[in-house]
Write a protein that binds this ligand. Structure first.
Ligand code: TYD
Length: 215
């Protein structure tokens, strides 16, 4: 019998430190014999990765940006996420649709209702009991003060289009995440990302354990 697929997303402002924990969580599931598909957004398929390069580097208006990330997401869902879940795998994605609400909705101030409409259009999937809107089973939101994130990013690397935004932008992004959490609290776990790395990892494990996984 195939196990039920699990879909886990990681979210947070740039500099929140998701990456090492994403890799560690993948290894933890693999150690229990699960097949893990590690992926990211925008991206995850050849087409979506091309769109990622455009979205992260070219200037464009917020609706164009939202439509491009959703076009990438559509391909990602069809080519990678849905097939992996159907095979009973664990799909771990570095960002998913909450990032569109946070960055395009919160950060850039683009219309929330339109993003909700695009979400429904793009993420509707067929289940045994009819159509449903695909969402992660668990979203780990790495919460971090935008000023601390800015300090981390300043030493880290050459910033892309989003990473070079102001602390005010990232505080609106955080508000966007908070609004998504409020709309669906059961899906989210808040992770205090300013804690030491080991504490953050324990919090990640606890959130996953709370769902009855990795027991
Ligand atoms: P990120 O996930 O931080 O990758 P890296 O660590 O390699 O920089 O980069 C993705 C960027 O894209 C991030 O700044 C958030 C932004 N983004 C959006 O604006 N909208 C979206 O829907 C998604 C998925 C990401």
């Amino acid at each position: 019998m195939t196990q039920r697929g699990l879909f886990i997303s990681f979210e947070g402002i740039d500099g929140a430190g998701k990456s090492t924990h994403i890799d560690a969580l993948a290894r933890a599931f693999q150690a229990q014999g699960r097949v893990v598909t590690l992926t990211r957004e925008p991206g995850g398929t050849p087409l979506a990765e091309k769109l990622r390069a455009i979205v992260l580097n070219d200037a464009m208006d917020a609706l164009t940006e939202a439509m491009l990330v959703f076009a990438a997401r559509r391909d990602h869902l069809q080519q990678l996420i849905e097939p992996s879940l159907a095979r009973g795998e664990v799909v771990i994605s570095d960002r998913f649709t909450d990032a569109t609400f946070a960055y395009q909705g919160g950060g850039r101030g683009y219309d929330w209702q339109t993003i909700l409409y695009l979400e429904r259009l793009v993420q509707t999937a067929q289940g045994l009991e009819g159509d449903f809107v695909r969402q992660p089973d668990l979203t780990l939101w790495f919460e971090l003060d935008p000023d601390i994130a800015a300090q981390r990013l300043a030493v880290a690397r050459v910033p892309d289009k989003f990473e070079s935004q102001s602390a005010a932008f990232f505080s609106r992004v955080s508000q966007g995440y908070a609004q998504r959490l409020q709309a669906d609290p059961g899906r989210f776990a808040r992770i205090a990302a300013d804690n030491p790395r080991e504490t953050v990892w324990q919090d990640v494990l606890q959130a996953v354990g709370h769902k009855g996984w990795l027991a």
